[in-house]
Design a protein around this ligand. Sequence first.
Ligand code: KG4
Ligand code: ZN
Length: 355
Amino acid sequence: MRCLLNGFEIKIRDCQGFPPPMLHSTILGIESSCDDTAAAVWYKGKILANITAGQKVHEIYGGVVPELASRAHQSNIIPVIDTALKTANKSLNEIDAIACTAGPGLMGSLLVGLNTAKGLAMSLNIPFVGVDHLKAHITALFIENTEPRFPLLVLLVSGGHTQIVLVESETKMEIVGRTLDDAAGEAFDKAAKLLGLGYPGGPVIDKLAAKGEDNKFLFPVSKLPALDMSFSGIKTALLYFLREQQKNNEHFREAEIENICASFQKAIVDSLMYKFNLAVKQYRPAGIGLAGGVSANSRLRNAVQNAGSQHRLPVYIPSFEFCTDNAAMIATAGAMMLKNGQHSDFALLPFSRHK
Ligand code: KG4
Ligand code: ZN
């Protein structure tokens, strides 16, 4: 097949002749959308290996530096895939299909994973499927719960996105609420930067909050109309709060760090749960779920469990290893797409955001 790509005519191998769905028993998943390079091996519904290489290089900058992320992916991608295959005790020749994140994410980071996936699939003559990173976070719920009750209402909270998603089936999902500005994970990360706690902010704030009083300070809980959310105000509120307090006591931040973290975390979780509870009442799902990197947050996990008891609904929350970016969720999402007869053309391009 020939196609025109950015003005260049290129020849692309036709993917139509691949084996029918269901024959893909071993799938290699690849994830490189942000600052984690990850590879996983899915075998007949089970995850045999789930390997992630993080990137410490961003810590001192208080956020991900895109160019540094792409370079680190470049160095890590082959060793990570190699380790995943070795851990799963599989050789490349035993892989039936490759699933890889196509977006949303950082363009340079996505390109590393996607081009590696395409190159491997092309050379092995096996199907390749481009996966939506956000849908894959939700698919993480189905790694350990193979028969969830649909429709499911999921709170999807990551470093780049905060959404309430109505999940009709393993592949059919509709966004019913979202943040209009910052994501909740971004608020944790920006707060950690203001507090001098490094990057990523969520895990360290979570840890310090466990030792603090959550009602010591009051941070604003946004209440926008309907299911809209906002997390940019709370970060600004923290900035002004710190400035004001430091005027009287220059050691305020250090002295009160645990109480600040606990109070800040409470405000974020209360904001999320206020909207999520409204959505549960509105959509009356058969179950509720929590997904995305911020689903690792202990207070949020408890709050969603409590909401399940309150609404008498089953609750689905992934184990920690499937909360933050990982390739097991990509391999699983790919397996579901392949099962539905979907695969991608080698001309598939990465995308930084949803249109
Ligand atoms: O899903 P993810 O790994 O990457 C994106 O797709 O964005 O999410 C990363 C986000 C970061 O903002 C990080 O601070 C946050 O998840 N995070 C947490 C916790 N662990 C990770 N936020 C709050 N509490 C945690 N324990
Ligand atoms: Zn993610």
